[in-house]
Ligand binder design. Sequence first.
Ligand code: GLA
Length: 763
Amino acid sequence: MPGYPVLPEGIAYGGDYNPEQWPEEVWHDDVRLMREAGVNLVSLGIFNWSLLEPAEGVYDFGRLDRIIDLLDASGVKVDLATPTSSPPVWFRKAHPDSRLVDREGHVIAGGSRHSFCPSSPHYATAAGRIAERIASRYASHPAVVMWHVHNEYGWANAQCYCETSAEAFRDWLRERHGDVGALNTAWGTTFWGLTYGSFEEVEPPRVAPVGQLTGLQLDFARFCVDAHIANFRRERDVIRRFSDLPVTTNFMIPNCRPMDYWRWAGEVDVVSNDHYLDAARADGHIELALAADLTRSVAGGRPWMLMEHSTGAVNWQPRNLAKRPGEMRRNSLAHVARGSDSVLFFQWRASRYGAEKFHSAMLPHAGTGSELWNDVVALGAELGKLGRVRGSRVEADVALVWDWESYWALELEWRPTADLDFRERVEAFYEALWREHVTVDFVHPSADISGYKLVVAPSSYLLTEASAKNLHRYAEAGGHLVVSYFSGIVDENDTIHSGPYPGVLREVLGLSVEEFHPLRENETVALGDHGLTGRIWSERVRLAGAHAVQDFTEGPDAGHPAVTCHELGAGAAWYIATALDPSRDGDDGSTAPDPSRDEDTAPDPSRDEDTALDSSRGSDVIPDPSHDGDAVSDPAGDGDAALDPSRDGEAASDPARDGDVAEGRDSHGLPGAIHDGGVAGGRELRGVLRAILDRAGVSRPRGLPDTLEFVRRGDHVFLINHGHEPVTVRGVSGTGVFDDAEYPGPVTVPPGGVTVVERAGGA
Ligand code: GLA
């Protein structure tokens, strides 16, 4: 693989740089300020095509030459882009048949980026040509350290339904199915008499009057991913003729549903990702952590690059909230904690015109006199001290199954309930584990999972027989498997596996499901006698080897199993037949961004006053002092309880929790922590998972509040406090990376603060 990391040392810091929007005299200011902020890498030329090739075959590289030379002279390295996400106006005019067509048949207008058909041969030729010009010209330039092909494949033109696409789709189908009979079988076209006589008769899944062949829809989704990958490969291979520097393209994990990034993973030399917080969510930092863990997993555990995020507000959400004080820092360091070797933003200097003029930037409209600028400079200085983290890895004992094909299939029309939602279930399990301070990897269900202590399949509706066997082998070999409802139902063509549900998972789970009983909107059902509450789903489980851990006590399946366990030698397979919520400590809302300016100063009361007026924001909720009190005290009383014993050789005794576990197994055979409704946060999914984590031997920090994000990356421990109260973490010793302080014992992380400790001696 071409050389990575891309910089001689340290964490890459910077962002998209669009100097073409500014007169050249501004560029000198830019590079001076970049140096001040510690910027060492910029992504250049992403939207430059019309300037580099103002007319077909006519080139002008003067401006790009000058800016690259200027950056080089200033010591700022360049991630050089091919500008192919935004073809010039002349291209669109010259090739009307390359225009993007939506599912309804509308020809999508220009005046924007991404407005082209991914299967257009004219686009392929033009994009390959400009990529070749750029690669040949700059391959040996000393400032260029990596290549940034295109920008966010599939963001706005994931699918095109024009005739060119239709033709390419037919070719793709011929390749996949061989003959039309095989296609008919795969798609089940005898249903409604939709049999195809030849591939020529197949149309893309344009708007249909009523439910459409789901096999057709899934194959079209796969074809579209491959069309974008083909475009990427063309440019990457052109670049490789001139350069052996790493080639990437920026992904949008997990927020670009049409792109199956498992398919993309092997194509890039380094995985890079763009991530933007959803400002509507008070717990956006948990979704950020999920995105970062999934990105690391797509990268196969190798370090990856955060190619874009924002210093503050974006401009494209319904309400674009500026980041709260300290939030940009927490976000940035959370990405690094979870495996990123870069902190890059969209964009360096805020635009004065165009669609994104209200988007935040490293250098905002308010200029260098702003708090934001001070924060950007301070972050650059801190990242300068984090260089030794580069290249190190995050190890996880727990894996969550994530499959884009299952995501697509689950959300096709006419499912048992509209409340089935892939993201909702994955996020519920992820959140429960995050709040238990468990770092997870994500895996495709066919991946090698033998190294994990626990594997959770939160939403595996589409599961091939081979993948199901993989899960079965894992549990039989001593692994611990958790499966949530409506999993293992269909194969890759959306055909139901034969026999009772859950088809290919019946054997490993030791049960079958006779009937689905989806619940009414907002209806809940109780289960067990410890306050567990299910939403969305209930079903009639028939045991066939498994035993019931909790029964439904309400609803259509009252008296029948809701949580089950199938013992398989040393391993076990659990099943959860309803939607349990993750639950948070004390439900106090304390995960909202903290109001304090920084870790050294007291909270600014004026800010609190502001937010206190707005009762719609989760951040207003006053934290529950009782749970924070727990957090700062050492529950074990031994001064070193917080860390994972298996890694530190320290006993992680937490009487509150271990006491529950010590109750022994409940009447149905699950360790007793499932009963721990008495411990804050112990109810619902967290309580169930906590018991399974213990059974699987997954060690993790104990006694910490669930607002404290705890991640270990190589020799570094990242402690990110998303709460309003200081948190003392015991058992972490070493050197504070930012303050150079020695921490022989407990580390106190201020509200909203981040402490990174490099363990002494690299232990
Ligand atoms: C995406 C794009 C950028 C910019 C940002 C704005 O990530 O790649 O060009 O539009 O969104 O948030």
